[in-house]
Design a binder for this molecule. Sequence first.
Ligand SMILES: [Zn+2]
Length: 123
Amino acid sequence: MAADACRWSCARCAVSVGRMDGEPSILPPSWSQLDDETFCLTCSRARAGEAAMESAPDESSREERVRLRRTALIEFEIGRVPEASNRVVALACRTSGAAVAAVRDRMEQSTVPAPDLDARSVA
Ligand SMILES: [Zn+2]
């Protein structure tokens, strides 16, 4: 259908966005595209969390899986909008600002090489 070609629809929940006048529209910035499939923001978040839970070792407890999912969600949200404040990310992930700050600290430590290695003890 020609009208559908101008709309984006989520492969997971089937919600769709697009212009009412049928003009081609670009993918909304909050959506993500993977291979031929597009996902709305809600589903992109859910998928990030599910992937983390699936990657958990079999012996993981329910709490550990929930924690993994929450961390993955925070990482996803920080990766999506790195400039967002911890408070904004916390609201989006329904968690605390402290939890976001902890994840952000860890992400920054693991991805950005320390510029002042000489000043640190590496023993
Ligand atoms: Zn969706």
